[in-house]
Design a protein around this ligand. Sequence first.
Ligand SMILES: *[C@@H]1O[C@H](CO)[C@@H](O)[C@H](O)[C@H]1NC(C)=O
Ligand SMILES: *[C@@H]1O[C@H](CO)[C@@H](O)[C@H](O)[C@H]1NC(C)=O
Ligand SMILES: *[C@@H]1O[C@H](CO)[C@@H](O)[C@H](O)[C@H]1NC(C)=O
Ligand SMILES: *[C@@H]1O[C@H](CO)[C@@H](O)[C@H](O)[C@H]1NC(C)=O
Length: 397
Amino acid sequence: MLALPSTLFLSLLGLGQISSQIGFLSVNAYSIVKDHSGSTFFDGWEFYGNYDNLTSGDVNWLNQPDAFSKKLVLTNSAGNAILKVDNTTDTPYPEKRDSIRITSKAAYGVGTLWIADIVHLPFGCSVWPALWSMGPNWPHDGEIDIIEGINLMDHNQMALHTGPNCKHDPLPATAQKGKPLQTDCSVDAGCTVQETTPNSYGVGFNQAGGGVFATQFDAAGINIWFWSRPNVPKSITAATGTSDISTDDWGVPSASYPSGASCDIGSAFGPQRIVLDITLCGVWAGNPQFYDPQCKDQGTFGLCYNDNVVGSGTAKKFDEAYFEMRYLRTYTNGTATITGLDAAGSSSAGGSSGSSTQPGGSNGANQTGVPSSAMAIFSFSWKSLAAFSGIATFVSL
Ligand SMILES: *[C@@H]1O[C@H](CO)[C@@H](O)[C@H](O)[C@H]1NC(C)=O
Ligand SMILES: *[C@@H]1O[C@H](CO)[C@@H](O)[C@H](O)[C@H]1NC(C)=O
Ligand SMILES: *[C@@H]1O[C@H](CO)[C@@H](O)[C@H](O)[C@H]1NC(C)=O
Ligand SMILES: *[C@@H]1O[C@H](CO)[C@@H](O)[C@H](O)[C@H]1NC(C)=O
């Protein structure tokens, strides 16, 4: 990977003039770094290329060639990027279903801003999508969960995950719109904030025409905003893939994690790579504690895997299980460190195999959604627990 000082990559992008203007920009102003949109949306990502060995989901995350040839990633007629679960192929018991997980090659340091304009979010029984980021050494370099939901939830849930010594102190309502659930960022769930703005996930999000999520990753704090389509601020609706942006008209964020004595963001978070993925069932969506209240009655078996993942491709169960993205844009405040940025914009396949070597969905016994030992230990929000932790976390369960 390339490791370029920000002034160098700006000039590689033909934006060298920006650095000379920074003295005139307000503290809320950011310069565009990368515009993932249209036919180049999928440039600059690694495709996972393995089954879900992180959250015990019942999917094969395809490598890049398979993802394109099986049309689980594509650019639609509106020019938007689609990332979807396979809804055309029959999945015999005990196999897994194909899906997508992509990770940005670029790693974004403090002083960056990421904006996702999304027309449709995946949802449905068994479906567990996320837009999130993580540092190289999990959890000590942190994780930011921007969008995460399961099954038929009607609201988004945000979170940070960190090593020890990071707490989310209570904030006045003037500082954060969402409802804090957990305050210790080092617990399994992370320090979660439940979205309270309507239409942040599921049917409501999609029927409103989607919306925009923005994440400000700064040494002074991490802030996440959500606007449903009718309420997206003018600074964002007027922005293009080459323009800079100001946060001046953004208002109060949905989740705010200010840096301070209870959590030093600059030391709890390393450079973040951005991830988009959809898994099925697994340790959160498939956990009966969460699956049953919304979905148990919707199938013959009352089990996440058997009632959803297995079966006919045309059963319509995954017709809503897709992201439709207008863009994901990244920005810098001018001095942030960004590495791995591919100046040529090309991308390469990550991983090695698509779907042929995975263990079966249920290892021969019908699934109850999650190993019971996992259920006993965790409650929710998991994906990274396995992602970087001692790698052993899931292997040992
Ligand atoms: C950019 O953000 C970083 C991290 O918060 C900060 O240290 C730096 O001073 C900022 N630079 C500018 C030009 O605002
Ligand atoms: C498991 O469930 C599948 C249907 O999903 C069924 O065909 C199979 O017989 C079941 N196996 C066991 C061991 O119960
Ligand atoms: C699969 O889902 C898409 C929406 O993502 C829908 O347009 C299509 O008709 C579905 N295909 C089948 C075979 O059901
Ligand atoms: C999961 O699979 C990936 C890709 O093959 C591999 O790099 C990683 O080490 C695996 N992680 C675990 C926890 O098994």
